[in-house]
Design a protein around this ligand. Structure first.
Ligand code: KG4
Ligand code: ZN
Length: 342
């Protein structure tokens, strides 16, 4: 099955052609640089960029794949979650193309697609054999832990109750005057020092906090961490690069530790752990997860670096695995900015 996938949930404009869920024939990803001066994604600018860029990117994806428009079996688009004005561009384009080409349309959940991104690596096992699996999606917009007892069944068991991990890193970098996006910069400078000098809270969620039926000890809170960073730098203004690096490293450590500790609570009995999303590029998170999985004899599946961030190959790939049923009703579906995975 050949799927054309379209992804515009945030600030990446992307289109891809994927065969049978895993074989990438093309994957064109454009990351919008227009947001840099603002230190974060500006929704209106993002959607305007998507409108201007997406037609050319879809054409480029088809051209680079070597197939013709007639060879496409299914059109898949990200329906949510994400920024409403950004989702609208990609999902409407997917609908329009499916109508024009008379092809089935599939609505794909962006977060579930981040988990599928690990299977875009040709050396990953068959997704149906990689269960029971623990899933972790960590990016600028989401931090979720999933139980995946069998392929196609995905249940949220933990999540952040406020900021996402990437958002917490980006906000910290802004506060420290390091630039945007902050995650990669913090990752880089944190390597120049040894963490463990400054204590930052680890984002525990109190028993009485409402978490929508999820176990509180599997949920995370990163907004308090940001406040404690602000308090720390106000009291101890950093002098020079190495002090900034120390703060960044300990702040990163608090986030990594919060994520890994929660995953460890539910890793037992799993065969695999799949990790996707922009923050899964973080070298400290990667090594800490590897160590934890080795300890419990679980095989860690990380997305290839080029598939960690938002991309349409993961959307086309997930649709090619038979997730999301193509049906005429898909054309009646609106975007779903808060669409839960389950
Ligand atoms: O998945 P993604 O491209 O977009 C969203 O769906 O949000 O993730 C972007 C996020 C940003 O917050 C960025 O700072 C973070 O991923 N990021 C990293 C690293 N590279 C990107 N965070 C930590 N370490 C990195 N190396
Ligand atoms: Zn994403």
């Amino acid at each position: 099955m050949i799927v054309l996938g379209i992804e515009t949930s945030c600030d990446e404009t992307s289109a891809a052609i994927v065969k049978d869920g895993r074989e990438i024939l093309s994957n064109v990803v454009h990351t919008q640089a227009e947001h840099k001066p603002y230190g974060g994604v500006v929704p209106e600018i993002a959607s305007r960029c998507h409108i201007m860029l997406l037609p050319g990117i879809v054409e480029q994806a088809v051209k680079e794949s070597g197939i013709s428009w007639e060879d496409i079996d299914v059109i898949a688009g990200t329906r949510g979650p994400g920024l409403a004005s950004s989702l609208l561009v990609g999902w409407s384009t997917a609908k329009g193309l499916a109508m024009r080409l008379n092809k089935p349309l599939v609505a794909i959940n962006h977060i579930e697609a981040h988990i599928h991104s690990v299977f875009l690596n040709p050396s990953a096992p068959d997704p149906h054999e990689a269960v029971p699996m623990l899933g972790l999606a960590v990016s600028g917009g989401h931090s979720n832990i999933f139980n995946i007892p069998e392929y196609g069944k995905i249940e949220t068991i933990g999540r952040t109750i406020d900021d996402a991990a990437g958002e917490a890193l980006d906000k910290a970098a802004k506060l420290l005057g390091l630039g945007y996006p902050g995650g990669p910069i913090i990752d880089k400078i944190a390597k120049t020092v040894t963490p463990g000098k400054i204590h930052f809270p680890e984002g525990r969620v109190r028993e009485e906090t409402e978490t929508g039926g999820l176990r509180n000890d599997l949920c995370m809170s990163f907004s308090g961490l940001k406040t404690s960073l602000l308090t720390y730098v106000t009291k101890n203004p950093p002098q020079g690069e190495s002090e900034i690096a120390q703060i960044a490293a300990d702040y990163q450590e608090a986030i990594v530790s919060a994520i890994v500790k929660r995953c460890e609570l539910v890793i037992r009995g799993k065969k695999y752990m799949a990790v996707g999303g922009g923050v899964s590029l973080n070298s400290r998170l990667r090594s800490a997860l590897q160590e934890m999985c080795d300890k419990h004899d679980v095989q860690l599946l990380l997305a290839l670096p080029k598939h960690c961030g938002d991309n349409a190959a993961m959307i086309a790939g997930l649709a090619g695995m038979g997730r999301g049923i193509p049906s005429p009703e898909s054309f009646d579906l609106d975007i779903a900015p808060f669409w839960p995975v389950d």
